[in-house]
Design a protein around this ligand. Structure first.
Ligand code: PMP
Length: 387
């Protein structure tokens, strides 16, 4: 809960970003000022920075069950997704070794879909794998789409609009049968559910989705992957040449601190946010708010809530709530642009229904009191809209 002026604000948009934990903020602070350094400088400050970067790399690797040498720091998951797709495809050309298609799920983040579109322009055949009405990959269709000509597959671990968690183990085994490499966008999953990346070839992680600072993330490149992506930019050779540029030491320290604390709090936080989610839905019902829940009841990120409201459009609700309760419509990454959410569309939700869909995520800092207030405000706004 964040007080703003006289009113309180309850932030329920945890898919878009999560607030930085106070201890993470404290850990970052000296690296902006008294300990500011370039981790590549040869002096003692530089060495200290470099040690801090390596400690953070170890924490991120530990949280995701991989080796620290397999973690490449990037500016976030958007960049990691781009390097994974464009960088891997950039090592070859379509048709080489009989590999000519790339399979991605229909509910990927725009940074995967847009990068894939670029690969389509470069001659790769792009195949979109459908999902069911719960936003879960349809495995039988996926099985038909992946064949011996599949070069690379990208399926997210968890979706950023409806929170659906994907059957990645099945994806991996289907891909292995056909000699296809696997990338997973794990931005929403890491730090919210237990994640082991050790069986995929490449994965993307974002710090600001796991209570760390925005502007930093990582690409996991498995030591066992058949190839290493080509860099997309060139410079001073940092991150083994795959992602050159001066490392943002304060952000990386924050990312590492967040990873360390996530490892310890994963279970407790999941219980806490799920309890609040249940309470919130019950309160909405008791306040005569009519809605249906989108997404899967069990294969879902803890605290994730996607609702189809029956009496109010998402935009009207957001406007009526003002800064008292912060919820999102569709995907925040597409905001400003009123096209229908491709995720809801892939779940066979019509555009008329999608206009009434809101997405929320309960984050770890919220209390029962915050949730009660949010439900009360949504109840009031919905009641006003009905009049
Ligand atoms: N993938 C997913 C699933 C996401 O939710 C997001 C953020 N909305 C991204 C990628 C992009 O991450 P970043 O903001 O770190 O670039």
């Amino acid at each position: 809960m964040m007080p703003s002026g006289r009113e309180r604000s309850v932030y329920l948009d945890g898919h878009a970003t999560t607030p930085v934990d106070p201890e993470t903020l404290n850990a970052m602070m000296p690296w902006w000022s008294s300990m500011a350094t370039n981790a590549h400088s040869p002096h003692s400050f530089g060495q200290r920075g470099s040690l801090a970067v390596e400690a953070a790399r170890t924490e991120v690797a530990r949280l995701t069950n991989v080796a620290s040498s397999e973690i490449v720091f990037t500016s976030g998951a958007t960049e990691a997704n781009n390097i994974a797709l464009l960088g891997v495809a950039g090592t070859t050309s379509p048709g080489t070794g009989g590999k000519s298609n790339i399979v991605v799920s229909a509910i990927e983040h725009k940074s995967v879909l847009a990068a894939t579109e670029q690969l389509g322009h470069r001659g790769w055949e792009i195949r979109l794998a459908p999902v069911d009405r719960f936003g879960i990959l349809d495995l039988s269709s996926f099985n038909r789409l992946v064949d011996d000509g599949t070069f690379l597959v990208s399926v997210m671990l968890a979706n950023n609009e409806v929170g659906s968690v994907q059957p990645i183990d099945d994806v991996i085994s289907i891909c292995r049968d056909h000699g296809a490499m696997v990338h997973t966008d794990a931005a929403q999953a890491v730090g919210k559910i237990p994640v082991s990346l050790s069986e995929v070839d490449f994965a993307s992680i974002s710090s600001h989705k796991m209570y760390g600072p925005v502007g930093v993330g990582a690409l996991f490149v498995s030591a066992a992957a058949p190839l290493r992506p080509r860099p997309l930019i060139f410079g001073g050779g940092q991150e083994a040449g795959l992602r050159p540029g001066t490392l943002p030491v304060p952000l990386i320290v924050g990312f590492g601190t967040a990873a360390n604390s996530r490892a310890g709090f994963l279970h407790g936080d999941a219980l806490h946010v799920e309890k609040l989610r249940d309470r919130f839905l019950k309160q909405l019902e008791s306040r005569q708010v009519s809605f249906a829940v989108n997404g899967h009841e069990s294969f879902r990120l803890p605290g994730s809530i996607s609702l189809e409201m029956y009496d109010i459009t998402a935009m009207e609700l957001i406007m009526r709530l003002g800064d008292r309760v912060l919820v999102a419509e569709g995907s925040a990454c597409n905001s400003g642009n009123i096209e229908q959410s491709h995720v809801l569309k892939a779940m066979s939700i019509s555009s008329e229904r999608a206009e009434r869909c809101i997405r929320m995520m309960v984050t770890r800092h919220l209390t029962e009191d915050d949730i009660d207030y949010a439900a009360e405000q949504i109840g009031l706004a919905t009641g006003e809209a009905r009049q």
